[in-house]
Design a protein. Structure first.
Length: 233
């Protein structure tokens, strides 16, 4: 008998699109009916959460990567009963500090200057991928192409959105939860994910070896395997 495919909404990260989830879309197709949300067209994380809730079925599995993890937590804050299971990948539950907000606003001013939008440059890449992958030209090209497709306006819009504290929303969840990150994630390191998983007794923490922040693209097989376990838990 064919297995029931559950609805799964995948929320990409900052300047990311469906290519972030390319391998998971294939690797989870027998278990889930996957939809990748477009997070490029709203003026706040709350508005993005409402867009997903308006489009999604009454109950669904939800996975958020990085910036998408904040959107997932906003959904959990307002409609926890609609989340059948939650996965948070390479993300944070901490609110913006004033310093971080100032950094992002400064970046927006820089990006707003005249000139060509360059997306994920070679200078930025070391923050996002594990050191052994810095010379993987195919991976670098995929990441850069994704950020260029999103473009300057999405950069400015997403970067200006305030990230709220997600602790209370996560503590209130009773559904199965996967918390996953790359062992070498410099942006949202494993210690942060350990703290996040500790908020939810039912959470399973997975640390992916030989991966930086872009785990779904850097180590797709390991991420897909963890997500398959989560979808069948």
């Amino acid at each position: 008998m064919a297995q029931h495919r559950q609805p799964l909404w995948l929320l990409p990260g900052f300047l990311c699109d469906e290519d972030l989830w390319r391998d998971q879309l294939t690797g989870l197709a027998d278990l889930a009916e996957c939809t990748v949300a477009d997070l490029g067209h709203a003026d706040s994380i709350a508005a993005l959460a409402r867009q997903v809730l308006d489009a999604a079925p009454p109950r669904f599995a939800l996975a958020g990567f990085s910036f998408g993890g904040y959107v997932a937590q906003e959904i959990a804050r307002h409609a926890p009963q609609r989340i059948a299971r939650l996965a948070l990948l390479d993300t944070s539950f901490r609110a913006d500090t004033p310093e971080r907000l100032a950094q992002r606003l400064a970046a927006n001013r820089t990006v707003s200057l005249p000139g060509k939008f360059r997306g994920m440059t070679e200078q930025l890449l070391p923050s996002f991928v594990a050191p052994p992958r810095l010379h993987d030209a195919t991976l670098a090209q995929r990441i850069n192409a994704m950020t260029l497709r999103q473009g300057r306006e999405v950069f400015i819009r997403q970067n200006a959105m305030r990230r709220e504290d997600g602790e209370a929303a996560l503590r209130g969840l009773a559904c199965p939860v996967l918390v996953l990150c790359g062992r070498l994630d410099a942006l949202t390191p494993p210690a942060l994910h350990e703290a996040m998983a500790a908020l939810m007794p039912q959470a399973r923490l997975v640390v992916v070896e030989n991966s930086g922040h872009m785990s779904p693209m850097e180590q797709p097989a390991a991420v897909t395997r963890a997500m398959r376990d989560w979808l069948t838990a």
